[in-house]
Design a binder for this molecule. Structure first.
Ligand code: NAD
Length: 355
């Protein structure tokens, strides 16, 4: 991934267009709807492996330029994620710029649904930050190129199952153990994924320490799974086998890596590395890192499977396959003596080119 390159600030049309070109973009579509005031962008990164899939964000941006930069970056990451997860899809992302006051949310998603449909299936839209299954239901009135509608189930359960499978692969590779029995895991965040992950891990015999600033979420985990808790400040110092970031991005930096006592980092959070080169820092410190865009792809795999065939059992088989996918990445990293994140990106690029 091209994490070192950023378009010039303040943005110019030229710099954003060069950024899109450098990321290898196929198409970028912008919609202005005068009746509702909707401003939306759909960025389709790559169609080599099949129709492009990715979430729709409905969040506030300072300008259309910032929204464009964000959607380009996120869509290119989706191509990597779909490719490494062996999905028959390219990557895409969309954003609807959230106004200060929303007069009619339904009208926004009605217009957006028509916008998606105009692309004739080159883009399949899913839920993302700021959008809900109910929004996807509105979009589905106008197009069949949509997943994560309210009858589809909660994708974060499948993200959690995928993370548990990734943790099992890391434990096999690094600790040479076939089960999670007695493995000590420090989980950062007890939100949607964190809660389901802790459920999965405790059912498989792991010992959990969890933190979250929201006390009621922590208490729910204590009551249901008998876990230990610590403060958010203490989580990096916990004496454990695994650190599992399931809350925020950019949590792995020189300061936090120095504090870690674990031999594995494996969690759901997006953009865990504060900087791309922190992957190499973890590698040099002999801490096995499960690349975020691979280990957290269970929700996407599920959404794509539900879109394709609606069979939950088959979707679960595909999510479980994150175990061999991650083992292959770990083994290649060892063989080529390169950081795991670089190997995962290299493998995703190879798959995209082969498509
Ligand atoms: P969420 O908002 O439901 O949960 C995040 C939790 O982190 C919240 O409970 C919040 O209180 C807690 N938190 C905030 N600051 C914290 C801190 N300093 N220390 C500990 N906890 C803190 O979000 P989620 O859906 O569970 O997603 C978690 C992460 O996984 C995010 O980075 C998200 O982008 C990523 N992710 C989620 C999915 C999914 O299916 N939901 C899929 C892929 C990636």
């Amino acid at each position: 991934m091209h994490k070192e390159f950023h378009p010039r600030h303040p943005h110019t049309c030229e710099s954003l267009s060069r950024y899109a070109e450098m990321l290898g973009f196929g198409e970028v579509h912008i919609k202005y709807d005068h009746a509702t005031g909707l401003r939306a962008i759909i960025a389709i990164h790559n169609l080599n492996l099949g129709p492009a899939i990715g979430g729709c964000r409905f969040i506030h941006y300072d300008s259309i330029d910032s929204a464009l930069e964000d959607v380009l970056r996120l869509a290119s990451m989706m191509s990597y994620k779909a490719a490494i997860s062996r999905l028959p899809h390219g990557g895409a992302k969309s954003v609807i710029l959230k106004p200060k006051i929303i007069k009619n949310r339904e009208a926004y998603f009605d217009v957006f649904g028509k916008f998606v449909n105009e692309l004739n299936g080159r883009y399949i839209v899913a839920e993302d930050s700021g959008t809900t299954p109910a929004d996807m239901d509105i979009i589905a009135r106008h197009t069949s190129f949509v997943t994560c509608t309210s009858d589809a189930g909660d994708p974060s359960i499948y993200t959690a199952i995928g993370v548990r499978r990734g943790i099992e692969a890391a434990v096999k590779f690094k600790l040479k153990r076939d089960s999670l029995e007695g493995v000590r895991i420090a989980v950062q965040g007890a939100g949607h994924v964190g809660y389901h992950l802790i459920k999965e891990l405790t059912q498989h015999g792991a010992k959990i320490m969890v933190c979250d600033p929201q006390q009621e979420l922590l208490q729910r985990c204590v009551n249901e799974f008998k876990v230990d808790t610590c403060s958010p400040e203490e989580i990096y110092d916990v004496d454990a086998d695994i650190f599992s970031p399931c809350a925020l991005g950019k949590v792995l930096n020189l300061e936090t890596i120095r504090r870690l006592k674990v031999s594995i980092v494996a969690g759901s959070a997006n953009n865990q590395l504060a900087h791309h080169h922190h992957g190499a820092v973890l590698f040099e410190k002999n801490i096995l890192y499960a690349p975020d865009f691979v280990i957290n792809s269970g929700g996407l795999i599920y959404a794509a499977a539900i879109y394709a065939h609606g069979d939950v059992k088959k979707a679960l088989v595909q999510v479980n396959d994150l175990y061999p996918i991650l083992l292959e990445i770990f083994e290649r990293s060892k063989k080529e003596n390169l950081p795991v994140n670089e190997i995962a990106e290299k493998m995703a690029r190879e798959k995209l080119l082969m498509g």
